[in-house]
Ligand binder design. Structure first.
Ligand code: HEM
Length: 240
């Protein structure tokens, strides 16, 4: 049993026998491997099952293929290697028991705590940011981003300085609320090809405003640390 399981007080698990299907974060910041066996055994348990289900429910999977609510309008490789264009995108909140057969690629991320936000910024965000899923928000963008090793080698303080004091990411972003709804998924600790999956929803009338926002952020110092970025634009499939 590895030390993460020990720290969290779990009993030994026979994970070696299960094929690894991913990793998920511990609430205390570590990660554990997910295997089909873990899921089966913990889904049968009591309190432990609740905790493991809570953790797996933080996982979200974006599946590019031929099915899903979102029709892909375009896929642009802004920086770094491209991602295979697909006609549709499906989103799973929680871990799907099987990856859909039509899947051409899938990307995983977890919702997590905020790393950089100060108290006043949090208040401004809470006041202004809309929920996802508004019926008028028929456009969306999935923008997977990978930052460089240099970025990850900086300290938290150094990253905050670049992110906000010098690049004004939050200050800029706040100007676009409530027009743009957003959610940030973390993938860095899951061993995924991207560090972040950024998700945005907006009404067709705000499409230009969204272009302006991404254009502005891409000019900032923060973006000099972005080594891979794919911009996937979507519309609700049955929206005319
Ligand atoms: C809609 C307006 C936006 C707002 C209000 C906003 C706000 C934020 C906030 C508050 C964080 C920090 C979360 C934390 O403390 O951990 C963040 C992180 C991030 N945002 Fe935005 N954002 C916006 C738009 C965008 C756009 C358009 C992109 C991509 C093109 C983007 C990419 C990212 C990335 C990659 C991170 C993670 C940075 C890191 O941890 O290194 N954001 N955003």
């Amino acid at each position: 049993m590895n030390s993460q399981w020990m720290k969290a007080g779990y009993r030994a698990v026979a994970g070696e026998e299960g094929a690894e299907i991913g990793k998920a974060p511990f609430l205390n910041g570590g990660t554990f491997l997910l295997s089909r066996r873990y899921l089966v055994s913990y889904n049968e348990g009591g309190e432990q099952a609740k905790e493991i289900n809570l953790m797996t429910s933080l996982i979200h999977m974006f599946v590019g293929g031929t099915t899903g609510k979102w029709r892909v309008e375009r896929v642009s490789a802004i920086r770094g290697p491209a991602l295979t264009p697909v006609p549709r995108l499906a989103i799973f909140d929680g871990y799907p028991s099987t990856i859909p057969e039509d899947s051409i690629w899938h990307l995983r991320g977890v919702t997590s705590y905020e790393r950089y936000v100060h108290r006043a910024e949090r208040s401004a965000l809470v006041t202004r940011q809309p929920d996802l899923g508004h019926p008028n928000a028929t456009c969306a963008a999935l923008i997977p981003i990978k930052k460089s090793v240099t970025w990850w080698e900086l300290t938290q303080d150094e990253r905050r300085k670049i992110f906000e004091e010098r690049s004004h990411h939050i200050t800029i972003g706040l100007r676009y609320l409530p027009a743009i709804a957003r959610r940030l998924y973390h993938s860095h600790d899951l061993g995924e090809p991207f560090d972040f999956l950024t998700w945005f929803e907006y009404a067709p009338a705000d499409a230009e405003v969204f272009e302006e926002l991404v254009g502005t952020l891409r000019e900032t110092e923060e973006w000099t640390y972005v080594e891979r970025e794919i911009d996937i634009r979507l519309v609700v499939a049955d929206y005319l």
